[in-house]
Design a protein around this ligand. Structure first.
Ligand code: GDP
Ligand code: IMO
Ligand code: MG
Length: 423
């Protein structure tokens, strides 16, 4: 049977939530493998838009079980808010949600540390979502973290206190002063912990191993995107986890030889939130149009996303690093009306033309080289079959398939579940 992976190939927000929701009917288990509430995954159906941060995007289906894997970092406070939202839709999440005992917890002081660390960086700030992601993964790799399974131990509150005290000393170390009321934050945190404890904690790697043995179908859901990967992204302007395919192995305990299909999702153009280099970024009317038509505002922070042309150098790199077997192209509808579409096929790197993704893509090193293609005028959002596609869209798709040597099996033409065309 094996495990299929679904992950973002750009700087996040490619539409992972939407596609996981579309695919869930074919799976028994949807398992999130990394990241935390820095993610915002949007799903739309029956005229309602849902945004999930930690909960896997299969939660709205009756059949599938949803697992929050060991590679995920959980903020109990945000998690509780997500659960409260589900209750509004009469959704019985208790029967469909499983939490790995090995997932790490984001403490209130992790969030504050994130804020003071960013403030101290000044102009060099990462543009973090300020959800405490970096400090929590630092405590994980520093072997100081508190895990979900610890909540079942009698001394966990003492361990919490010791870590929070240490964090307070670290916060004081920074010059940047941030007002906070830890007592208030802790009150909210401990209430949320009680809610978290009402869910089922499991040894998820054993559970997934057994699921594989008994022929269950598993889809692993990634967060962020390959260019935000801690190793392969545009460091230091990245997140603190492995967002690429290997992250699914460590984030769930899945063996590499069990991975079958790797679904790579990309937008027909490019966006990025937060700081960091972005060679094809547009500062003109075209970029403004993409942002407006594509409604490019962060699902977690509401910040406007920077927009630009599709970057094939970066996309090819992501296809290789992840071993993508099928591509899914999102938001082609947003490009309707452009006379000409540009695709970056190479970089001018320190005077030479290159097609691989180099160590640094800072503007002083890299200038994009573009190929131009004819755009399409047609509104794609009402289309339900590939046969309705304008020739220029078909040419765009064919060009990308050839360059990336990978088939595009889904073309998404709008945010709704139904606006999904299988090829
Ligand atoms: P994720 O983080 O990868 O799950 O993506 P986000 O939810 O952060 O951002 C994707 C945004 O694009 C959401 O607002 C989606 O509703 C929307 N979206 C997804 N697919 C399409 C599409 O094909 N066309 C349009 N216009 N919007 C889409
Ligand atoms: P989804 O799963 C887009 C970006 C932040 C910042 C950098 C580091 O919705 O695609 P962090 O809070 O992780 O320390 O921020 O990463 N970032 C995202 N950008 N989509 C996301 O998730 C992101 N998660 C983090 O904007 O630049
Ligand atoms: Mg998002």
């Amino acid at each position: 049977m094996g495990v299929n992976l679904l992950l973002g190939l750009q700087w996040g927000d490619e539409g992972k939530g939407k596609i996981v929701d579309v695919l869930t009917k074919d799976y028994d288990i949807i398992a999130r493998f990394q990241g935390g509430p820095n993610a915002g995954h949007t799903l739309e159906f029956d005229g309602i838009k849902h945004v999930l941060h930690t909960i896997p995007s299969g939660i709205f289906h009756d059949k599938a079980l949803n697992l929050v894997g060991n590679g995920v970092v959980i903020d109990p406070v945000i998690f509780k808010k997500e659960l409260d939202n589900l209750e509004k839709f009469n959704l019985d999440y208790h029967s469909k949600l499983l939490i790995s005992r090995k997932a790490h917890l984001i403490l209130p002081t992790h969030r504050i540390l994130d804020a003071v660390s960013e403030a101290a960086k000044g102009k060099a700030k990462i543009g973090s979502t300020l959800k405490g992601i970096g400090p929590t993964y630092m405590d994980k790799t520093g072997r100081n973290g508190i895990r979900v399974g610890d909540l079942e131990l009698s001394d966990w509150k003492e361990r919490y206190r010791a870590l929070a005290n240490k964090h307070e000393a670290m916060i004081d170390f920074y010059d940047a002063k941030i007002e906070y009321d830890l007592e208030e934050l802790e009150k909210e945190f401990f209430i949320a912990i009680d809610t978290l404890k009402s869910l089922t904690f499991i040894d998820s790697e054993a559970y997934l191993h057994e699921a594989q043995r008994s022929g269950k179908t598993i889809l692993a859901e990634g967060a962020q995107g390959s260019l935000l990967d801690i190793d392969f992204g545009t460091y230091p302007f990245v997140t603190s986890s492995n967002t690429t395919a290997a992250g699914a192995c460590t984030g769930l305990g899945i063996a590499p030889n069990q991975i079958k299909e790797v679904f790579g999702i990309f937008k027909a153009y490019t966006t990025r939130v937060g700081s960091g280099p972005f060679p094809t970024e547009l500062f003109d009317e075209d970029g403004e149009t993409m942002g407006r038509v594509g409604n490019e505002f962060g699902a977690t922070t509401g910040r406007s996303r920077r927009c630009g042309w599709l970057d094939l150098v970066a996309l090819k790199y992501a296809v290789h690093v992840n071993g993508v077997t099928q591509l899914m192209m999102m938001k082609g509808d947003v490009l309707s009306g452009f006379n000409t579409l540009k695709i970056c096929t190479a970089y001018k790197y320190q005077g030479k033309e290159i097609t691989h993704f180099p160590y640094s893509i800072e503007p002083e090193n890299v200038e994009p080289v573009y190929t131009e293609m004819k755009g399409w005028k047609e509104d794609l959002t009402k289309m339900s079959d590939e046969s309705e596609f304008p020739d220029t869209l078909n040419a765009y798709i064919k060009f990308l398939e050839k360059e990336l040597e990978t088939p595009i099996t889904i073309v998404s033409v709008g945010p709704d579940r139904k606006q999904t065309i299988h090829r």
